[in-house]
Ligand binder design. Sequence first.
Ligand code: ARG
Length: 464
Amino acid sequence: MNNKKTKTNKIWGERMKSNPSNLLTKINASIHFDKKLYAQDIKASIVHSKMLAKQKIIKNNVSNRIIKGLKKIEKEIQQKKFKFSEFDEDIHLNIEKRLFQIIGDDAGFLHIARSRNDQVTTDFKLWVIDASKKLNIEIKNLIKAITKLAEKNYKTIMPGFTHLKNAQPILFSHYMLAYAEMFKRDYKKFQNVINNSSDNPLGSVALAGTSFNIDRNYTSKLLGFSKPTDNSIDGVSDRDYALEFLFVSSLCSMHLSRLAEEIILWNSDIVNMIIVKDNMLTGSSIMPQKKNPDGAELIRGKTGSVYGCLNSLLVTMKGLPLSYFKDMQEDKEPVFKSYEILILNLKIAKELIESLKLNKKIMKKFANDGYTTATDFADYLVKKGLSFRVAHKKSAKLVNIAENKNIPLDQLNFEDIKKIDPLIEKDVIKILKVENSVDLKNSYGGTSLKNVVKMIKKMKKEFK
Ligand code: ARG
């Protein structure tokens, strides 16, 4: 680069006595990541050019030449024939430079009533909308896989935990559907990201709007937005859509991470409630016996990076007055990165779910360990007329007896149980069985078989 030139070959070269230094060129360039926006950039430029012609701001034949050139550039990029240059900073200037090479000086009419400030945020918003749609396809696939696993094992009983201590017997299918609910909320939230991104920033121009008679409703319609942004300063300064995307991605990653953690725990040799198929496991370079759930561990591990992306953009934005600053160029990498992580995590999670087999015997045994029907016994006494607090104490006594005898509650004999309270009758034996405990949880959203079958149906209807 010649730093002694009086004019430079930058678009703004007329104003500069020298080219930017090599280091400035390096720090300024975003082309190595924002080339991902090429399709959105070309689409928005075509729409802008059409609008300029419709409004008679540029001639029809100029607009047509611009559009033809832009389509050629799109093909070149798709066919990997396009030479991206760091000197031209970003995707917008790279495309504009090439347009000059292809159609000559007419290319200079494209940037009327437009700035890179409204251009970049329009492209980025379109990208975020598209990414949210793609993620929702994978979320839906995961929900379907989870529901299928729940349906296949709908009667299997396992212990439900609080504090990781056995709490009450539940259906495995109910447990799985709890995860389906989380992903259903993520699905709705990504839909909200799309709905909240419906205002078109194109036409905000640098920050103040323009004196040209542009038609922002027209560009909004052609780009799939519902209306133009109402304030041009906000139009170029807003990155809420990217932050919301990162927040929902973080939330969804957190749900995936919790699911991964369950799988790791249940697959451990000390718990051994599930078997993961070999296609989801890796071996050890030293311990020949090992089969490790690396896939699940990486879902959990990569979640930290997604949170980092959210935090990174929140911090980037927090000190910026209105309107545009180059700091905002740093908005893209965290969004691209978290998207790549999340889409992979969602796909792997689906494969993992499909690879699971249950150790039903162990699950059932664990469901009975830890006196999990003690609450059912207390409820039984309440139904005989006692208050819950009195019943709670009496049930604790029963647990102490079983503990002293070193047997589960359902192995106690009737004579011992009867000593707890004279109201107790023979039907109490049934109450202490885990199957019965599950069946009785018939309140809306509870773990009874009847409820869960209904919820499986509901989930299948919502996510076909
Ligand atoms: N590459 C820039 C970005 O991503 C485009 C906007 C540049 N605007 C400017 N005024 N320098 O933010």
